[in-house]
Write a protein that binds this ligand. Structure first.
Ligand code: COA
Length: 210
């Protein structure tokens, strides 16, 4: 797979009642190493472990980490990397996975999640990739969001559609495991027809019927 050359850092400022949150990236590992992690970034794993994962992703040749920063604290992030070598998606030569997006409980509903997506997809390199997100409901914040599982799915569908992700049906067993799980896909504008077709061939592998 190709090594990604991220564009120069992009950013956006968001005014919240207590100050300004900076949404920026791609952020290098040495920059992350000088920041702290908000202790309410607990959705996927303990904050310190998630912080370690972010540094690992930032050190990958293709890895991209964008952060929402309040002072020296990371209060949100979005990560991109190649799909796991064990997944069907990894067979595609020009694919990236949106690994996670999270905003701390204290900073939600200020447009930070939307801005993380917008800033990340302002990077022209994204136009050269098929970007996927495999959404599993067991990763969602049903406890604090006030949303039931299908409403949460609709919320994410709307959120990701801001940067042109579209929900796709697939026979990926992990997606089929629960009706709320979903695959969302974004085709970069520079992705060739051959790579689009190669992706379409991966969508259904276990059956002939959609
Ligand atoms: C999903 C998530 C990143 C959104 O972050 P955010 O900064 O709150 O998102 P935004 O403020 O940009 O919200 C965009 C829109 O999504 C919808 N939305 C977000 N959270 C919502 C909620 N709890 N209830 C209803 N609508 C909601 C709203 O339409 C909102 O726009 P509005 O506030 O103008 O009404 C955040 O809720 C989160 O970290 N969740 C836990 C992790 C997760 O589920 N990640 C996705 C799977 S990888």
């Amino acid at each position: 797979m190709a090594t990604i050359q991220p564009a120069v850092q992009a950013g956006k400022e968001i005014n919240i009642p207590t100050g300004i949150v900076f949404v920026e990236g791609p952020v290098k590992a040495d920059v992350l190493a000088n920041l702290s992690i908000n202790q309410k970034l607990t959705n996927f794993r303990a904050p310190e472990r998630q912080y370690e994962s972010m540094i690992i992703v930032a050190n990958l040749p293709e890895g991209m980490v964008y952060i929402a920063r309040y002072g020296n604290e990371i209060v949100g992030y979005i990560l991109f990397h190649y799909p796991s070598q064990y997944s069907r998606w990894n067979k595609h030569p020009r694919i990236l996975e949106l690994g996670a997006i999270e905003v701390s409980q204290d900073y939600k509903r200020h447009g930070i999640g939307t801005s993380l997506l917008k800033v990340a997809f302002e990077n022209p390199v994204m136009e050269e990739f098929v970007v996927i997100t495999t959404e599993f409901f067991w990763h969602w914040d049903l406890k604090n969001s006030g949303l039931d599982v299908m409403s949460y799915q609709r919320m994410l569908n709307k959120l990701f559609s801001v940067v042109d992700f579209r929900k796709r049906r697939t026979d990926d067993p992990d997606i089929l495991e629960h009706p709320a799980n979903m695959l969302m896909v974004r085709f970069g504008s520079m992705v060739s027809k051959a790579y689009v077709n190669a992706f379409e061939e991966l969508i259904y592998q276990n059956s002939l019927v959609e």
